[in-house]
Design a protein around this ligand. Structure first.
Ligand SMILES: *Cc1c(COP(=O)(O)O)cnc(C)c1O
Length: 398
């Protein structure tokens, strides 16, 4: 390994990039991507070290700034997303935080959709205002509210679509237009959809962030995240903040994520097919009050979902009559699906949002987001849907 940054990339189809993108073999000519489990790098001479620190010679210097295994992950995901630059991070939340603060200073304004992952909500409602950033929440599918809150000037807008857990769809292109007209940048948290189901940059977003913990690892092994976007933001504004604050992705986790990307498209396609089958089953069951799945024609924004997403995605949310007591009885009776708050995993996971992921919210805010006590969120895994549907049927009659 010569320590250079060069990566061998070509104009490949997405699935080829997922298997070969960012592959940079060492002098040993290994088949699989090498794991460079090292915190630092050495120099032959003092002059070489001096040149590296001056920036005259681009090479690896220190693990907080860059690592070849992390670079392989970044390049592979960058090719899939079609972004100018990708930076890996230690977790999805490190990605959200860094992607926002690198663009903000006191006096700036952020407008975000209300239905966000809990920790994203915390950053926008509590953390950013402590540093003098003005923040506003809007109902994501109400474009008059976006327009009003954005006004004639905004720095950053932020959204998640489909939303968690109610799977409401926001028109990414429309929010991008409103944002750009007011001189701002749109950041999209695309963790729930995954990079193979939805391409926010192609729809008009400026920056896309991932929790790689979800579908990209997809096997419950590792935390990770990523920020993708143009050079002017991800390189010029973000890279110094990453370098000096250290939300660095570990080489070991990057290696797991590189291997996760190889099978991402295959896995997510199967997840989505299983999810669609389960959503269709639930929609026909009279015991289920409501089924939320963007792939079903009965979803109120099905047309928009079809425009923005390759398929309905991997998550199905539904409501049981009988509130929390009924929902808990159902969860506790499941034998295949596990109770867990993660998603995008090979194992089917189910959660009761009102008492877990969205417990921190005031009851009024939960009601506003449509999160009822009978609502459950199912992250559909890779098991055979026959067993999953059998499990659900059994648990419903418990
Ligand atoms: C899980 C998740 C995050 C946070 O990711 P971590 O890897 O757990 O830090 C952020 N946004 C969304 C939509 C998520 O699902």
């Amino acid at each position: 390994m010569d320590g250079s940054f060069e990566t061998f990339t070509q104009d490949w189809q997405p699935q080829t990039s997922l298997v070969r993108g960012g592959l940079h073999r060492s002098s040993h000519q290994e088949t699989s991507e090498a794991l460079f489990l090292t915190s630092g790098f050495v120099y032959d001479t003092a002059e070489e070290a001096e040149a590296a620190f001056k920036g005259d010679h681009k090479r690896y210097i220190y693990g907080r700034y860059g690592n070849p295994t992390v670079a392989a992950f970044e390049e592979r995901l960058r090719l899939l997303e079609g972004a100018e630059v990708c930076k890996g991070t230690a977790s999805g939340m490190a990605a959200v935080h860094a992607a926002l603060i690198c663009q903000l200073q006191a006096g700036d304004k952020v407008v975000a959709s209300r239905a966000l992952f809990g920790s994203c909500h915390y950053i926008i409602s509590e953390l950013l205002p402590r540093f003098g950033v003005e923040t506003h929440f809007v109902d994501g599918a109400d474009y008059n509210q976006w327009e009003q809150a954005i006004g004639d000037k905004v720095t950053v807008t932020f959204l998640e679509s489909p939303s968690n857990p109610t799977l409401e769809i926001i028109d990414i292109g429309r929010v991008a237009e409103l944002t750009h007209a007011a001189g701002g940048k749109l950041v999209v948290d695309n963790a729930l959809a995954s990079p193979v189901v939805q391409k926010p940059l192609q729809l008009g977003a400026d920056v896309v962030i991932y929790s790689a913990t979800k579908h990209i690892d997809g096997q419950g092994r590792s935390l990770g995240g990523a920020i993708l976007g143009p050079h002017e933001i991800v390189e010029e504004k973000l890279s110094n903040i990453m370098r000096h604050t250290g939300p660095t992705l570990s080489p070991f986790n990057a290696w797991l994520l590189v291997k996760g990307l190889e099978t991402l498209d295959l896995r997510v396609e199967r997840h989505s097919r299983n999810a669609h089958q389960i959503a269709a089953f639930l929609a026909n069951d009279p015991q289920i009050a409501n089924v939320f799945y963007p792939g079903l024609a009965t979803h109120p924004q099905h047309k928009l979902a079809k425009k923005q997403m390759r398929d309905g995605g991997t998550v199905v949310t539904f409501e049981l009559d009988g509130g929390k007591e009924r929902a808990f009885r159902f969860l506790n009776a499941l034998e295949v699906a596990d109770i867990s708050n993660n998603l995008g995993d090979a194992k089917t996971l189910i959660t009761h949002p009102a008492t877990t992921t969205h417990q921190r919210l005031e009851e009024e805010e939960r009601a506003r987001l449509g999160i009822s006590d009978g609502m459950v969120r199912l992250s559909v895994g890779l098991e055979d849907p026959i067993d999953l549907i059998g499990d659900i049927e059994r648990a419903l009659s418990a």
